[in-house]
Design a protein around this ligand. Structure first.
Ligand code: 856
Length: 309
């Protein structure tokens, strides 16, 4: 619900990821030169600028499209073969020509299964991420448990899965729907090294998340009567540190279950957030900044632009 103009704090402290990214990229470039790798080393022509950049330069069309540039393969993970979560499906770019990829684990909500968030698997993986949509140990698990399960799934993905060699274990994120979205906040609180969190119409009894250091984009739905934005998504967003890279996107004409089907707005801004913060890819800042305006699909957007414009 729109109470104030969409803006957040215009300041952006020097500890922001933008500045850290600059130093990281500079260090990587210097190391590449020292190693004699030359300016074109690694995947893509701009690898010397950002070693984590994957795929072609994005356009509005390319991030709104049902599929991105990468062909996607998938592999099923049996619940009997893992501990700490309920198994799931890993979606990953088929190509091994572009080095490793960042990864994201995604939890469903209360009473729900992996199938309820499965559309995000190929949608995100085709943009250049390894995506693990999971089942929980029981469908009644609460957000704190879902948070632990998301982390167990990431550990399985990077340490034991058949695609572990394709994943960059230093560039990981979490997503989830409803109690799974509440779980993604719990996971980021427990593991500050996560690079991105995206709770989708999140539900949690804990309303305050000032400890988070992970860039977090929260999706709310204006018509949500199960996790009303006034008592869930909005206070979660407002409790995040104003110095954190944070966003709040309230979907227009949407319900608690909007994230359970293909949705261009969710995909477009999730891709942009994951690319910006897991891949350090500033080519996607154009979609996050200036802040998106209200539209037929966006009731409101709050956040701090990386550039403060
Ligand atoms: C898919 C979360 C009191 O809490 C609730 O009634 C409630 C209901 C559903 C969900 C949820 O995760 O829904 C998503 O089932 C809380």
């Amino acid at each position: 619900m729109r109470l104030h103009p969409h803006t957040d704090s215009p300041t952006h402290p020097s500890g922001s990821l933008r500045h850290r990214t600059g130093r990281l990229a500079g260090t990587a470039a210097a190391l590449a030169v020292l190693a004699g790798l030359g300016p074109l080393a690694g995947p893509g022509a701009h690898a010397a600028d950002n070693p984590y950049e994957r795929g072609p330069a994005p356009t509005t069309s390319s991030i709104e499209a049902p599929r991105g540039p990468y062909a996607v393969s998938q592999t099923s993970v049996s619940s009997l073969s893992v501990t700490g979560f309920g198994g799931g499906t890993i979606y990953y770019p088929t190509s091994t020509s572009d080095g490793t990829f960042g990864a994201v684990a995604i939890s469903p909500g209360y009473t729900a299964y992996e199938s309820s968030i499965a559309w995000l698997g190929p949608r995100l993986a085709s943009q250049g991420f390894v995506v693990f949509t999971i089942d929980t140990l029981t469908t009644a698990d609460q957000p704190d448990s879902r948070g632990r399960q998301l982390l167990a799934a990431l550990d399985h993905l990077t340490e034991r899965s058949s695609v572990r060699g394709r994943v960059d274990a230093s560039r990981l994120g979490v997503m989830g729907h409803s109690m799974g979205g509440g779980g993604s906040l719990e996971a980021a609180k427990s593991r500050p090294g996560l690079q991105a969190a995206i709770p989708l119409t999140p539900w949690n009894l804990d309303k305050t998340w000032p400890e988070l250091t992970t860039p977090t984009l929260i999706f709310g739905a204006d018509g949500d009567s199960i996790a009303p934005v006034s008592s869930h998504a909005e206070p979660f967003y407002s409790s995040l540190s104003s110095s954190l890279d944070r966003g709040y996107l309230e979907l227009n004409s949407a319900t608690h279950f909007t994230p359970n089907s293909s949705n261009t707005t969710i995909a477009k801004y999730s891709i942009s957030w994951l690319k910006r913060f897991i891949d350090n890819d500033t080519r996607y800042e154009q979609f996050l900044c200036p802040l998106p305006r209200p539209s037929l699909t966006i009731e409101e957007y709050r956040g701090n632009c990386p550039h403060g414009s």
